[in-house]
Ligand binder design. Structure first.
Ligand SMILES: [Zn+2]
Length: 304
């Protein structure tokens, strides 16, 4: 099995460096507890969009590819109070095309290596990307579609909606054979140092996330080859290729993007109060400060 190259998602180095820089700035400038909630939880909550509509644009590809991606991504939005506006124009059967300085919430491109997406509102965070930068990459989909393209589209749009990897869930204990995994991923085609393997595979802290019991059927769960686990095919983290949303994915979608008006108001209010608190602590008027203001305007519905 090891001779089939396993290519894992990873951000371009520049984006990864900016994410790490932002985390350092947030930790330095903002206290570990905000309105009684731990720092990480507050920032994860701010990665979820407010309910409503997200605009999406395409850099490259033709209308038939745009149609396939739009149809597949929209499966997510059947289960939550958020929708994607792909800018479909019936008159000439076209979708919204990328423009220089594009400020669409999600900007799809095909030009970078691999498949990746920024997580939720990171796509509009000035610390990570500038207007016009690609926020969701589907490498070479404009040349040809891989056999599991629908699963890839759903997985990447899951990130774009603010969801993390299920195999890294605080409720998931994967019995990775770490020494083998480090050794394998250090080689081609990934060339990952140990720190990158940890960032992408190790379990996330439980404090900061809403999560379900381990759901191996989640579209956000990688299908790893059995050799990566100590228990091989018997590992609880060994799962066949997932190409559709699980029942739990559907439930988590409604949890993240509720329909209930009271719940929406409470959620908006919580985010606004947290941002007020964060801003009151920030003395340095740096790019994190700018972004917190932008988030505040967004949840107050003063900006897109
Ligand atoms: Zn992923």
């Amino acid at each position: 099995m090891k001779n089939i190259p396993l290519i894992l998602e990873s951000y371009p180095d520049i984006i990864q460096a900016k994410i790490e820089q932002r985390e350092r700035m947030q930790r330095k400038n903002i206290p570990s507890s905000i309105n009684g909630q731990i720092h990480e939880l507050v920032f994860e909550d701010l990665k979820l969009w407010r309910v409503g509509q997200l605009t999406v644009s395409f850099k490259g590809g033709d209308p038939s590819l745009h149609h396939q991606i739009a149809q597949t991504a929209s499966i997510w939005t059947q289960y939550g109070n958020i929708s994607f506006d792909f800018g479909y124009n019936e008159a000439n059967n076209s979708y919204r095309l990328w423009q220089p300085g594009d400020e669409s919430h999600i900007r799809i491109g095909f030009e970078y290596s691999g498949y990746w997406s920024l997580v939720g509102t990171d796509s509009t965070d000035v610390n990570i990307v500038s207007p016009g930068d690609i926020t969701l990459n589907l490498n070479d989909f404009d040349i040809g579609l891989p056999h599991n393209w629908q699963g890839i589209v759903l997985h990447e749009f899951g990130h774009a909606l603010g969801f993390h990897h299920e195999h890294q869930s605080p409720a998931t204990i994967c019995d990775f054979d770490w020494e083998l995994v480090y050794e394998y991923l250090a080689g081609p085609p990934n060339y990952w140092p140990k720190s990158k393997v940890d960032h992408n595979l190790r379990q996330l802290q439980s404090g900061g996330l809403t999560y379900s019991a381990h759901d191996a059927k989640s579209i956000m769960h990688y299908s790893f080859p059995a050799w990566m686990f100590i228990k091989k095919e018997n590992s609880t983290c060994y799962t066949p290729e997932n190409n559709q949303l699980s029942e739990m994915d559907q439930k988590m979608m409604e949890k993240a993007y509720p329909y209930d008006d009271n719940l929406i108001a409470v959620t908006d209010q919580r985010r606004i109060q947290n941002l007020d608190q964060i801003l009151s602590h920030m003395v340095d008027k740096n790019s994190v400060h700018t972004q917190m203001h932008r988030h505040l305007n967004y949840y107050q519905r003063k900006a897109i």
